[in-house]
Write a protein that binds this ligand. Structure first.
Ligand SMILES: *Cc1c(COP(=O)(O)O)cnc(C)c1O
Length: 387
């Protein structure tokens, strides 16, 4: 069986975790800040906050940006549901901007058009969450320019994209956004089991996100309400937050994995190059790469257009599965999920995202995919598509 994605855990990773297990702190010890500093330094961001998932990081980012009831948050329909749920947790309304047919990222043209209508209707978004699908950055410079014109804030959902670059800068630099979020789920580029991180260059946002991560508690005297000097007050809850903290056990794994990040991304590029060469003659569409981006290649999506290929996506999907190749589908448009459908989103709302859903499959792509395994995937796929 060959999965579409999986983690790579080395002996060094294991040793680092064991060291924490034998230390004084399993959580809130020294490993979390060390991991945060390593990621912030790698990305060139001023602040990084580890959380127990990317979902939690997206939630605290929205809270810190003041998203609440009556606000609107826009994201891509072609993403994991968490990109939209974070806004709903805050009581905001979510809406979707269709994708670009080549990069599969949020279409800047669709965003510009939707913003223009929203301004006329008084329904502009407070926050836009572009998603760097498959690890390829969105056109952040253009989205940032629109944010200036229309006054919204930007959270990059870079769950797929640690180790990627945009205009030569690491994804996570927050050059064109308020906050960038990474996921460390095992199928992502590096892992902490479960885990995420929020990066920002804004110290006010960083401080708010830190409070929201841990119950809305502060131990900074300047933020505390005055109390009788005779009482001990070593912390105060000054707003409503959550327990979204990462453990030191997870952070030790993350820190060790950070040391392997470039190696992982390099391996993914090597695999993408082999796919690119071996599959180029087939009647399928391979992932298009924008010149301004360096993808982390979290996913390698191929498009199976029935007219060109003679077979539909479902048939190819089933035949690959029968051969033990567990290709996956990323993603069903979020608004087609029953929960979102009940909010009133009709089928056909984002036509490109729906076409993508009907045509796309993610081939196996992970750092430890062997040459033999990849050759099997290529041979089986060629056989299916050519027969
Ligand atoms: C994985 C993923 C998330 C959620 O990450 P968790 O760490 O599992 O919470 C959010 N957005 C996208 C695009 C993802 O792929």
């Amino acid at each position: 069986m060959i999965p579409y994605g999986r983690q790579s855990i080395s002996q060094e990773d294991i040793d680092q975790v064991v060291q924490v297990l034998q230390s004084d702190y399993l959580t809130q010890g020294p490993a979390v800040p060390r991991f945060e500093e390593a990621v912030a330094a790698y990305c060139g961001a001023a602040h990084a906050l580890a959380t127990n998932s990317a979902t939690a990081a997206l939630h605290v980012a929205c809270l810190a940006l003041g998203v609440g009831p009556g606000d609107r948050v826009w994201t891509s329909p072609t993403t994991f549901v968490a990109s939209a749920n974070c806004a709903i947790y805050c009581g905001a309304e979510v809406d979707f901007v269709d994708i670009d047919p080549h990069t599969y990222n949020m279409s800047v043209a669709c965003l510009a058009e939707k913003l223009c209508h929203a301004r006329q209707n008084g329904t502009l978004p407070k926050v836009v969450i572009p998603v760097h699908l498959c690890g390829q950055s969105c056109d952040m410079e253009a989205i940032h320019a629109l944010s200036r014109e229309y006054g919204f804030r930007i959270v990059e959902d870079a769950s797929h994209a640690i180790g990627g670059r945009y205009q030569g800068q690491p994804v996570g630099s927050c050059r064109f956004s308020d906050v960038t979020v990474f996921s460390f789920h095992p199928v992502k580029i590096i892992t902490t089991g479960e885990g995420g991180m929020a990066l920002t260059n804004d110290s006010v946002l960083a401080n708010l996100m830190r409070q929201y991560r841990s119950h809305g508690i502060t131990s900074d005297r300047t933020e505390m309400a005055p109390r009788d000097a005779g009482e001990i007050w070593n912390y105060q809850q000054i707003r409503l937050g959550y327990n979204y903290r990462m453990t030191d056990i997870q952070a030790a794994l993350g820190l060790s994995q950070m040391g392997r990040l470039d190696e992982f991304v390099h391996a993914r590029h090597r695999i993408a190059a082999v796919y690119g060469q071996a599959l180029s003659g087939l009647p399928i569409t391979l992932p298009f790469q924008q010149a301004s981006t360096f993808s982390s290649y979290h996913l390698y999506p191929i498009r199976v257009d029935q007219e060109r290929c003679g077979k539909d996506q479902r048939t190819v999907y089933q035949q690959l599965h029968q051969a033990g190749i567990k290709v996956n589908l990323h993603y069903i448009p979020v608004y087609r999920q029953p929960y979102f459908e009940r909010m009133g989103f009709p089928t056909g709302y984002c036509p490109e995202a729906e076409r993508y859903h009907r045509e796309t499959l993610s081939l196996p792509m992970y750092a430890t995919l062997t040459v033999d395994q990849q050759n099997t995937v290529i041979a089986v796929l060629k056989e299916i598509v050519n027969s």
